[in-house]
Ligand binder design. Structure first.
Ligand SMILES: [Zn+2]
Length: 595
């Protein structure tokens, strides 16, 4: 059999200039001229990012002769026909400190394959081999490598050659290199590595591992209650720690995370209750880990396979992101890490956040999913009035559906059964030669069949329609109280405020609210309320308004551009809901032991 593998070498060529150098060799280039492409987006982050703009220079050669590369579009090239193997050399600028791209300096290197590995069109299914080379820089003598890629000629955590079974796996396996802090644990027999990059003095990594083990084992048993078999052979949590940051991106056998230093536990806090920040970090880990099943294996049909060059539209992100958000915190409760009380407190905040924006009355979670590329990922000052989050409302849809099924079947069925049915039918064999995605029609049919009754009304109202999920009705059936404690008597302009330098800016003006009726606009800089100066601190506005009552009219001075304008604002009651959700009677609402 002819060796058709695709191989790369990647070198951190210049740490100060943030430049990776990549060479790619195609053993059997297409006779009519090999086409090469870099993805325009990274799965999990639904926005066109045009990673090819970071390719600084590119050239090709075969048999020691230069081969012409014709540019076809913003992210594709075609090499002239050539005999023998084709090698392409290019430099990639890596200075995007996020989980979505690539970053390189004296402290570490990180890359996603979507930023650095060109695709050989038509040869995606061949094995892809990558030689990750140690940078020739004094700072890098003690660097190690963390990735979920399999070692071919490398020690674990060492520089050397790694292999992926195809292009998809290659670019679904980010790589971190540096002098990171690392520890490992086993979850139901599977090795999990935990890597922290960035300075974290006295990090209690043992505590992080112990807690992650609980989360991972809970999730593996959730999807495979009988076999308790994990879907991957090894898993890597790679976290970049910064002063202030939060986020993550899921992959099939790893996740890249961002977190704030203060959210991580220190050895000095040993034995103490977990902080709110640490619970947020564990929630993030739980979220990305749940994606190992839900979106990396159970996938919308349009993601099987991904089209890396254009938007991949699906109306199902409420299921893949929303339900993942529903289960991330819920499984912390089941893992014994979060109290029910703490869980319901977080739930109250989510409900409040969803009810806050009037966009939820205009856009369904199905439409929000479909338009993620242009709307959710491109938010502006009008977003609260125009869109709903398929994460936040999607998680409430998950809860609403779970409660509806539990109530109707008297606890015999739940959303857990639906997730497991999706897993068995679409996820379990996704990388075992049966890549099959699920269509919106199949989702609804499967939900009906597992629940044992028709959910069409639920879908029409809360998923394809814009109705609020009726939690005030659903939760009390399970002994959980739901109270809306908004302060109707608190005077408000119905805006979101932000700081801009020493000034206070209207970051959003809600539709039909007091400020909008008076003519104020997003991005106006507040100057004074009834002649008293507004400072940069948004809390100062509350203080000034507290002197009035609902229905009073105040004069507001504001700058729009550099023009001073005056507005008469008639104050309204606080529209922001204060939702309190708490257990009232012990009915073990959400803790049904898995059957
Ligand atoms: Zn997610």
């Amino acid at each position: 059999m002819k060796n058709k593998k695709i191989s790369y070498t990647i070198t951190a060529k210049d740490l100060a200039a943030h430049m990776f150098q990549v060479s790619m060799t195609i053993e059997a280039p297409a006779p009519e001229g090999q086409v090469l492409m870099l993805p325009a987006w990274i799965p999990g982050s639904y926005m066109i990012r045009e990673f090819s703009r970071n390719i600084v220079q590119i050239r090709a050669e075969a048999n020691g002769q230069a081969v012409e590369l014709a540019k076809l579009d913003k992210h594709s090239w075609q090499a002239a026909p050539c005999k023998g193997k084709l090698t392409v050399h290019y430099d990639v600028y890596a200075w995007d400190l996020s989980v979505r791209a690539a970053h390189l300096d004296q402290t570490h290197g990180f890359f996603n394959g979507t930023s650095v590995f060109l695709r050989a069109l038509g040869q995606e299914d061949e094995p892809h081999v990558v030689d990750i080379q140690r940078p020739a820089h004094a700072a890098a003598t003690k660097w190690r490598v963390a990735t979920a890629l399999k070692e071919l000629k490398a020690r674990r955590y060492g520089f050397g050659t790694y292999i992926a079974q195809d292009y998809d796996e290659l670019i679904d396996s980010p790589v971190e290199m540096g002098t990171f802090e690392m520890a490992s644990f086993k979850a139901l027999g599977v090795q999990h590595d935990v890597v922290f990059t960035g300075r974290v003095p006295n990090l209690d990594i043992a505590r992080v591992c112990a807690d992650l083990k609980q989360i991972c084992e809970t999730q593996i048993a959730f999807f495979e209650p009988r076999t308790k078999k994990a879907p991957m052979e090894r898993y890597v949590f790679m976290t970049m720690v910064v002063g202030d940051g939060y986020g993550g991106l899921e992959h099939r056998a790893s996740t890249a995370l961002f977190c704030s230093r203060a959210d991580l536990p220190t050895t000095a806090q040993k034995g103490k209750e977990p902080s709110e920040g640490y619970m947020k970090f564990l929630g993030l880990c739980s979220h990305e880990y749940f994606h190992t099943w839900n979106v990396k294996r159970i996938k919308p049909a349009v993601f099987a396979p991904y089209d890396y060059q254009v938007e991949n539209y699906t109306p199902l992100l409420w299921l893949f992101e929303g339900f993942t958000s529903y289960y991330d915190d819920l499984l912390l409760v089941r893992a014994g890490l979060l109290s029910e009380e703490g869980y319901f407190k977080m739930l109250g905040k989510t409900v409040g956040a969803v009810l806050r924006g009037s966009g939820r009355t205009k856009q369904s979670v199905a439409d929000s999913s479909f338009d993620a590329w242009g709307k959710y990922y491109r938010q502006d000052e009008n977003s609260p009035n125009a869109i709903v989050s398929y994460y936040a409302k999607g998680s409430l849809v998950g809860l609403g559906l779970d409660l509806t099924i539990r109530a109707k079947t008297e606890g015999k069925r739940s959303l857990d059964d639906i997730m497991r049915a999706l897993w068995q039918k679409y996820g379990r064999d996704f990388y075992n030669g049966k890549p099959r995605g699920v269509t919106p029609e199949e989702v609804e049919a499967l939900f009906d069949s597992v629940a044992g009754f028709k959910l069409k009304t639920f879908f029409d109202k809360y998923i394809n329609g814009t109705d609020d999920v009726p939690l005030a009705k659903l939760l009390p059936q399970f002994g959980v109280g739901y109270k809306d404690e908004r302060k109707a008597s608190k005077p408000s302009m119905d805006v979101n405020l932000g700081r801009e330098g020493a000034d206070c800016k209207l970051s959003a003006v809600h539709d039909g609210g007091a400020a909008q009726k008076a003519g104020l606009s997003a991005n106006d800089l507040l100057v004074a309320i009834d002649g008293l100066r507004v400072s940069g601190n948004p809390a100062n506005v509350d203080g000034l308004l507290a002197r009035y009552k609902v229905g009073d009219t105040v004069q507001v001075h504001a700058f729009r551009r550099d023009e001073l304008m005056a507005f008469d604002v008639t104050l309204q009651g606080e529209r922001v809901p204060g939702i309190t959700i708490a257990v009232e009677q012990q009915k073990g609402a959400l803790r049904r032991p898995t059957a």
